[in-house]
Design a protein around this ligand. Structure first.
Ligand SMILES: [Zn+2]
Ligand SMILES: [Zn+2]
Length: 121
């Protein structure tokens, strides 16, 4: 994985997040999750959590990309999602979504000295 590529992607996603701010809330949450994934890849778990909760704790999406809820554009609530027990920086509807995402997430999952989400509102 190339860090410069990630930096480029980060700029694009941040711009997209701003652009989407008003008109499409669900897309905004998707972009926030993409940014979360990007920081997960960079190993910055604190930022990953910040982004995944950036659009509001009641407007989060499952971190599993192919989640059926995401296809239906359904938001998830922070309190209803399950965190990865180890790194606590990814959020899933249930065990099934977590298992489905594991092949991707396992490369980035580290037991973290982590993020109490202090920025919570
Ligand atoms: Zn899910
Ligand atoms: Zn994890």
């Amino acid at each position: 994985m190339k860090m410069e590529k990630l930096d480029e992607a980060q700029k694009m996603l941040e711009a997209a997040y701003e652009a989407r701010s008003r008109n499409n809330d669900f897309d905004r949450s998707c972009t926030a999750d993409n940014l979360g994934r990007l920081f997960e890849m960079k190993g910055d778990l604190k930022k990953a959590v910040e982004w995944r909760t950036a659009n509001g704790r009641n407007r989060m999406i499952c971190s599993y990309y192919d989640c059926s809820k995401s296809y239906k554009q359904m938001f998830s609530k922070f309190d209803e999602l399950k965190k990865c027990a180890k790194c606590k920086c990814v959020y899933y509807c249930d065990k099934k979504c977590q298992q489905n995402d594991w092949s991707r997430h396992k490369s980035y999952c580290k037991a973290a000295v982590v993020p109490t989400t202090e920025a919570s509102k």
